[in-house]
Design a binder for this molecule. Structure first.
Ligand SMILES: O=c1ccn([C@@H]2O[C@H](COP(=O)(O)O)[C@@H](O)[C@H]2O)c(=O)[nH]1
Length: 276
């Protein structure tokens, strides 16, 4: 089954376009857990058990596991195994290299670790991403307009192509749509912090799923982002929130607090959807 089909099934099953990020930060862990990588799995397990009926995906960010070396990687792999099989897991790796190196990444992320989708950057072009793009049944979310304050430094630079001028992020999105015609596995990443740009991407590409990080801790405007990402869309958005959900409380009630935050966010996303 294609990744997009599985994502749509999870959205329907939980009536949710919410993705929870799993970025373990020991400094922000509940006070009763040891500040040690051995706590990561217990923390993630509690968050997953408290929220699995509220999400359409989870998104662990590779950096937060790599920082703990072998223990961190073990926690990442075991976390992936904990997640119910009907919920897609997107590994946020922002990968992309020459083809032979990308092939090794794709083998590790998809075949060895069993992630359903990955984030990549487009800088090396199609041949650098092909090992991810052609992996059967997997999804590939390509960075288009990122959520950070400096996103525009490169992504808004005007480029001339095919006789007209447009910002680089729209040009990248157009390229991704072309790759999708070939491979059928593509999605886009556009930050909730840029709702106008999200609307522009969506107008051009109604058929591509869009991963939308930046609500919560980064203060992206959910009420603006959701309609921007869904107006006229035939494919979903996946709204990611990490710190605002998983660190909603540092007390022993952290999992219940994460559930309450996730429920409120799922419902807020649903209220902002232009059509149901
Ligand atoms: O443009 C992007 C791409 C990826 N991210 C990642 O998403 C989460 C966001 O965490 P919050 O705590 O909800 O801010 C994190 O893993 C980022 O690396 C992004 O924020 N923006």
């Amino acid at each position: 089954m294609q990744f997009l089909e599985r994502l749509n099934q999870a959205i329907r099953a939980n009536d949710s376009m919410l993705c929870i990020g799993l970025d373990p930060d020991l400094e922000r862990f509940p006070a009763h857990l040891p500040r040690d990588p051995s706590s990561i799995l217990a923390f993630n397990r509690a968050i997953i058990e408290a929220t699995a009926d509220l999400v359409c995906a989870y998104k662990p960010n590779l950096a937060f596991y790599l920082v703990h070396g072998e223990a961190g990687l073990r926690a990442l792999v075991e976390t992936r195994r904990l997640i119910p099989p009907q919920i897609p897991v997107i590994l946020d790796a922002k990968a992309g290299d020459i083809a032979s190196t990308s092939a090794a990444y794709a083998q590790a992320f998809f075949d060895r670790w069993g992630f359903d989708a990955v984030t990549v950057h487009p800088y090396l072009g199609e041949d650098g991403l092909a090992p991810f793009l052609r992996a059967p049944g997997r999804g590939v979310f390509v960075l288009v307009k990122t959520s950070n304050p400096g996103a525009g430094e490169l992504q808004d630079v005007p480029v001339r192509a095919d006789g007209s001028e447009e910002p680089l992020y729209l040009h990248v999105a157009r390229r991704v749509a072309r790759w999708n015609e070939r491979y059928g596995s593509c999605g886009l990443v556009v930050g909730a912090t840029y709702p106008a740009e999200l609307a522009a991407v969506r107008r051009q590409h109604p058929d591509l799923p869009i991963l939308v990080p930046g609500v919560g801790a980064q203060a992206g405007d959910l009420e603006a982002a959701v309609p921007s990402g869904l107006a006229g869309a035939a494919a979903p958005i996946v709204v990611n929130a990490t710190r605002s959900v998983i660190y909603a409380s540092q007390g022993p009630d952290f999992a219940a607090a994460a559930r309450a935050a996730a429920l409120a966010l799922r419902d807020a996303i649903n209220r902002a959807r232009p059509t149901r």
